[in-house]
Design a protein around this ligand. Structure first.
Ligand SMILES: CSCCC(=O)C(=O)COP(=O)(O)O
Ligand SMILES: [Mg+2]
Length: 257
């Protein structure tokens, strides 16, 4: 693992969050338990709001697709008693989170729930120490910065807007979540390049997950796998297949003319 110099045509960096900019422990030990502990109360407090009803409807549609999965938890129909529906949603959310599912429906609800946690100061978004300095340096060099995470766009904005390093949101040109497509499919990376208005070859994608790196590489992006403490171990084959970095300091980008 060492320094990584990327091709001069790279003018955009696309970043994953969990395991790349942010410790997995922050997501698993702070963010996710907040949801598990508060989902019932949140649903009871916000049940009459349109946004909450939309979230429940999306979870219901996802549940329709999940029927065949082991341990599946159904959500009662709209006509059922409210407390019964709420309990069904709570159980479904807990089941999805147990499997660390990345469904858009689950991620939308989580993003809405974290609003209060960040706004009250109960939670601050963790980023590795090398992240903010590198992002500032790259932005000053004319590099455009985007996020692609399974976390909803709102959740991404909260994490960087209320980070331990202060407000970092202004560093980013834009955000993508799974509404563009799953992170393990090449088509999602082609769509992202289309949205940004550049070729996939001019993008460097940084992630901790090799399945995501593979999909981005197949779409034509430059990729590097970020190795952070607590990330899933890589096989020898994976280590040999992608450039590896353990700090953004190791990445050198050419200034954009
Ligand atoms: C950005 S919100 C918390 C992260 C999250 O919910 C998640 O699923 C992280 O996935 P990533 O694609 O950033 O590894
Ligand atoms: Mg990740």
């Amino acid at each position: 693992m060492g320094s990584l110099t990327v091709p001069a045509c790279v003018s955009t960096v696309l970043l994953d969050i969990e395991g790349t900019t942010t410790p997995i422990t922050f997501v698993k030990e702070i963010l996710f338990p907040y949801i598990q502990d508060n989902v019932k109360e949140y649903l009871q407090d916000h049940w009459q709001e349109e946004e909450c009803q939309e979230d429940v409807q999306h979870l219901r549609l996802q549940a329709e697709k999940d029927k065949e999965l082991e341990g599946f938890v159904p959500i009662p129909v709209n006509e059922a008693e409210i407390q019964q529906i709420i309990q069904g949603v709570v159980d479904n959310v807990h089941w999805q989170m147990l499997l660390d599912r990345k469904t858009t429906a689950l991620k939308q609800l989580q993003g809405h729930m974290w609003r209060a946690a960040y706004a009250s100061g109960q939670v601050k978004g963790e980023v590795y120490a090398d992240v903010a300095p590198a992002l500032r340096k790259w932005k000053e060099a004319g590099i455009k910065l985007y996020i692609f995470s399974s976390g909803s766009i709102e959740a991404q904005k909260l994490l960087f807007g209320y980070s331990i390093e202060g407000a970092l949101l202004e560093l980013f040109h834009g955000h993508f979540d799974t509404t563009v497509g799953p992170k393990v499919q090449s088509e999602s990376y082609r769509k992202i390049a289309d949205h940004i208005g550049c070729s996939t070859e001019s993008i460097l994608f940084l992630t901790d997950i090799t399945k995501e790196a593979k999909a981005a590489k197949e779409a034509g992006m430059n990729v590097a796998v970020v190795v952070r403490p607590g990330n899933a171990a890589l096989t020898d084959e994976e280590k040999a297949s992608y450039p590896l970095v353990n700090s953004f300091e190791q990445i050198t980008l050419h200034p954009v003319q």
